[in-house]
Ligand binder design. Structure first.
Ligand code: HEM
Length: 531
């Protein structure tokens, strides 16, 4: 789920509004900081270069991970960083602590993330509803995300993969930015799976608005960091009111929400009309949610029509750039490893000759799945997310830590209101879990089993890329199978090489995204037809 923090940054770059709101908020923040002292001041952590930005520029401005991975080496998997306006934030990549927080009702989505999710996806979407409503909506939507349901989407994925191939045919031997091609394709698969609509059915206005929205998630800037800090300190109703400000970014977000609502409403209307006329209703997620005989409409799981409509924006966007960007990183890494690429191609040719449309065939390819797991490990789309303690609590730790006062503690006390950054990318580079080569892209670590020491955390491959607990990514199986299908199609038909040497660059702006040498979002590869 992209939580494109810098949407707000762009919006706020209309400086008049930013300065006005910043002034008010700064006063509020100073008051709050003076009033309440943090319980984590005793923790070690990097020195803060400024009160205004704290460590946030080092943590979040590109290239991603430059400081964070060194901090983890220096201070371990639990340390303190400074947020904007002198705020103390916990930075955690310790699996025991993360597991506890993910499954504990004492932690909820932090106010910054909450406000952004409401701003981008609209009110009532699954990611912002609380407890019982969340359980009910999640149980209902899950009909479209079980292992069995996902296998039904294989034809949709294969059609989208062929569409990508057709576009790459025209770009033989010249550096091609595969990022927008993949982003368009993943929009199409979600539209097919959720609504039963093709990309053409979405209409030109929806597509062009979607491109605009995806384009807003460019690199972060100091201005956008400031906007995020402000966003996390204002009440949600004010954030929702801000969407009416006459800035180009808010206009695009307003339009996106309007178009998503219109699309969801149209899909429901058409499916109900088809059912009334005795026609077969498609097996898309919305189609199935509307079928009266389906278990999701029993009293326990029922969703109202307006609740279904409210999921349209998140359903269309949450899996779009997350999946597309991860696939881009996999292709970039493949382009750096021609030998592995050759072996993978041979594996795909040997397997796909026999059983093209079976989910089992995709699962049966060790090299393909090792590549996907390694891309998800080293390039987690949501490299950092946040939670907030809603009451005072003790967080258990894998190993004791020594505070700055020299005290050894096995449980970390935190106060209500404490913001915790989940270092998802950091966890996935912990040497104690993944070995001394944790920072290297090495698919072979997944071959032969036994890759991870310690208890499982997330739903897939012991990774936290899809998070874990009751709010783990609902679309993780969808994303994995989609990547399997896309990579099979592409690697079987094309070879990939890098136009320039070097590891892929990544910047983090809501999602971890591949970045071209000019700093723009994109993944440049030289593509050549092999069969
Ligand atoms: C590689 C691809 C993907 C990655 C890495 C990813 C990652 C994540 C993460 C980390 C979260 C939790 C966010 C948080 O609470 O901080 C999340 C939630 C979510 N994701 Fe994904 N996601 C991916 C693909 C998808 C797909 C294909 C869908 C399909 C609709 C999807 C739908 C959602 C939804 C609806 C939520 C909110 C779940 C809830 O609050 O119960 N994601 N995703």
């Amino acid at each position: 789920m992209p939580t494109s923090f810098n949407f707000l940054g762009f919006a706020m770059s209309d400086a008049r509004y930013a300065i006005l709101i910043a002034g008010l908020i700064t006063l509020l923040v100073v008051y709050r900081n003076v009033r309440r002292s943090s319980s984590i001041r005793q923790l070690n952590g990097p020195p803060s270069p400024s009160w205004l930005f704290g460590n946030m520029q080092e943590l979040l401005l590109p290239p991603y991970g430059r400081y964070e991975f060194d901090w983890q080496k220096t201070y371990g998997p639990v340390y303190r960083v400074k947020g904007c306006f002198g705020q103390d934030r916990l930075m955690i990549s310790d699996p025991v602590a993360l597991q506890y927080i993910l499954n504990s009702p004492q932690f909820q989505i932090g106010p910054g993330l909450f406000n952004l999710v409401v701003l981008i996806y609209g009110k009532g979407n699954i990611a912002c509803v609380r407890e019982q409503d969340h359980k009910r909506i999640r149980a209902a939507l899950n009909i479209g995300f079980t292992a069995a349901a996902i296998r039904n989407y294989i034809p949709i994925f294969e059609k989208a993969a062929q569409m990508i191939s057709e576009q790459l045919e025209d770009s033989s031997s010249v550096p091609t930015n595969v990022s927008p091609i993949l982003s368009h394709a993943t929009l199409g698969t979600m539209s097919g799976a959720a609504l039963g609509y093709s990309l053409d059915d979405l209409g030109e206005e929806f597509i062009s608005n979607n491109i605009e929205i995806m384009g807003l998630a460019g690199a972060r800037s100091p201005m956008s960091l400031m906007a995020e800090a402000i966003n996390s300190r204002i009440p949600t109703f004010l954030v929702r009111a801000m969407i009416h400000l006459p800035t180009p970014t808010f206009k695009a977000i307003r339009r996106a929400q309007y178009l998503a609502d219109e699309l969801g409403t149209r899909a429901i209307r058409e499916k109900k009309t088809a059912a009334r006329q005795g026609l077969e209703v498609d097996t898309s997620i919305y189609g199935r949610l509307l079928q009266p005989q389906h278990e999701s409409t029993t009293a326990k799981h029922a969703m109202t029509e307006s609740e279904i409509v409210a999921q349209t924006a998140i359903m269309m966007i949450a899996g779009q750039d997350t999946t597309a960007n991860t696939t881009c990183f996999a292709l970039l890494e493949l382009a750096r490893a021609p030998d592995f690429q050759e072996k993978l191609r041979a594996e795909i040719h040997a397997t796909m000759g026999s059983a093209r449309t079976s989910g089992a065939a995709y699962d049966s390819m060790p090299l393909l799945n090792a590549l996907i797991k390694e891309a998800l490990r080293l390039y987690p789309a949501e490299a950092i997310t946040e939670r907030m303690a809603v009451e005072d609590t003790l967080i258990p730790l894998s190993d004791g830590i020594t505070t700055s006062k020299g005290e050894l503690i096995s449980h970390l006390p935190v106060r209500q209101g404490q913001i915790v950054n989940f270092g998802i990318a950091s966890y996935q580079r912990l040497e104690s879990r993944w070995g001394d080569d944790a920072h290297e892209f090495k698919p072979s670590r997944w071959l032969g089993g036994g890759v991870v020491k310690g208890e499982a955390v997330g739903p897939y491959a012991n990774l936290l890329t899809f998070l874990g607990g009751p709010r783990a990514c609902i679309g993780w199986r969808f994303a994995v199978l989609e990547m399997q299908v896309f990579l099979c199609e592409l690697v079987s038909k094309f070879s990939f090489a890098l136009p320039t040497d070097g590891a892929p660059r990544a910047s983090f702006a809501g999602t971890l995204q591949p970045t071209m040498p000019n700093g723009q979002k994109g993944a440049l590869v030289v593509v050549e037809r092999v069969i």
